[in-house]
Write a protein that binds this ligand. Sequence first.
Ligand code: GRF
Length: 202
Amino acid sequence: MTNIAVFASGYGSNLQALIDYQKKHGFGNGKIVLVFSNNADSFALERAKKHEIDAKTFNPQSYGSRKEYDNAIDFMLEQNRIDLIVLAGYMLLLGPTLINKYKNRIINIHPALLPSFKGTRGIKDAFDYGVKVTGVTVHFVDEGLDSGPIILQEAVIVEQGQTIEEIEENIHAAEHKIYPLAVKYFCEGRILLKGRKVFIKK
Ligand code: GRF
């Protein structure tokens, strides 16, 4: 059994794609058992409740330090016996304790082709730079910013004259396609890590 926690701060369209995939195809022995947000207003929490998934939120402002906040998260993860943390638009950085404890068990999705355009404005930065090809990246989370081993990537072509909104839409479609696959591969035990290279077992 792979107990999955999805962390989200905002709209939660990636969470929705994961829920839909779980309903339609399943994640093998994996199951989303918890949705967590740092933001009580995150629509992701509503999505979780609608699908009868445990939804939790802790306000970072109610904790004395980031370490205390991370400790509360750690406790919640232990209580729910979480094996895999899926960051889906989670806008807070996890501290080193959590990252080390869940090493190679935290994944993230980034809306650009890493290692280009790291950070919180990946779509806009790539657009402003004038790239002809952008895309999305699913990667393991390490101590750095968007720097962990790459699990899957999908390219998105930037057509001449496209608006950023159009590109955003294509980026999100690509995210919703590959994130569930990465979660499935993880749950099936098919992801092999050699150094910083990821191999997906056939
Ligand atoms: C996605 O673009 C993801 O790549 C980034 O944050 C966004 C979250 O969108 N990390 P949503 O909340 O899943 O709709």
